[in-house]
Design a protein around this ligand. Sequence first.
Ligand code: NDP
Ligand code: 8YV
Length: 328
Amino acid sequence: MSKPKILVARAIFPETIERLSQHFEVESNQSDESWSKEQLIEKLKGKQGAFTTGSERIDAAVLDANPDLKICANMAVGYNNFDVDAMAAHGVLGTNAPDVLTETTADFGFALLMATARRITESEHFLRAGKWEKWSYDMFAGSDIHGATLGIIGMGRIGQGIAKRGAHGFGMKVIYHNRSRLDAALEADCKASYVSKEELLKTADHVVLVVPYSPASHHTIGAGELALMKPTATLVNIARGGIVDDAALAVALREKRIAAAGLDVFEGEPKVHPDLLTVPNVVLTPHIASATVPTRRAMADLAADNLIAYFSGKGPLTPVTPVPAATK
Ligand SMILES: NC(=O)C1=CN([C@@H]2O[C@H](COP(=O)(O)OP(=O)(O)OC[C@H]3O[C@@H](n4cnc5c(N)ncnc54)[C@H](OP(=O)(O)O)[C@@H]3O)[C@@H](O)[C@H]2O)C=CC1
Ligand SMILES: O=C(O)C(=O)[C@@H](O)[C@H](O)[C@H](O)CO
């Protein structure tokens, strides 16, 4: 029997391609450049499966043009690149890559918080520019992490990982906001208290965003929310571009309405709002929160596992679209 045909839409570990090739006829993107929508549609022709990353938008146009497609396995926990309604309507399954990146991403969220609050990159740029001539009492004085109030919006797997690091490691008071409250045992584990979004913004010293992107979470933080925050507060976004109104944030940073921000994700990335590039009190990283070698391998393995499980009739492991009874 011939092997199912799959497309790997971005360059990935050679070992992943080798493994997939044992099960599938694989065509892969070798260039590490994202394909245009038209190229993606063309490359998907005749493919039953796709290995995608957050860069590939799977929507009605892609699905209409590719009736053979059965499953898209995302190498990411976030799947806002999937139009899940269109996929469900076309009977195409979507899977994501949860859990395997939780601790790594939580580590990074905490690292970005510390770099931001303690002004690490700003001070390094100063030193590298040869500007360090003397010590002074307020040189790059930032805000404390230990003992401060940490506010987490999006207290899921990664949010809880950050909460535990803050509460248990740094003696922080943790408050959080979700649409629904965690059960008492999870709150106790994280030493976290549920508050409204408004109370969180008003009382937190550090606000960390780990909420998935959806129309409901678009601009969770805009000018109005920034105005509620303390002038000494820091904001960290490791969630998705579009959760923060980047233009409004750049104004708030320039006018010191909040102290600083740490951003791993951007509206319209890889483009970054030009005003963010010119304000000093922001730490900018290129969407690398899950980027450790073991974690990226685990994410690739899970995406591959989903394709292999589905085509061997076992059903997808981590579906994010409805799974028809026959494929469960
Ligand atoms: N920068 C990077 O490289 C990475 C970014 N991410 C991002 O982090 C996100 C979270 O991942 P993970 O923790 O595994 O996901 P989870 O699904 O475990 O957690 C998401 C949390 O957000 C809450 N939430 C969802 N929608 C809203 C809303 N509109 N307002 C307030 N809270 C909301 C959910 O609770 P409730 O439903 O009760 O509201 C839930 O607690 C991913 O979707 C991805 O976008 C993840 C990995 C790496
Ligand atoms: O998992 C996610 O949701 C992510 O944002 C990151 O881990 C990925 O690096 C990125 O989406 C590439 O697929």
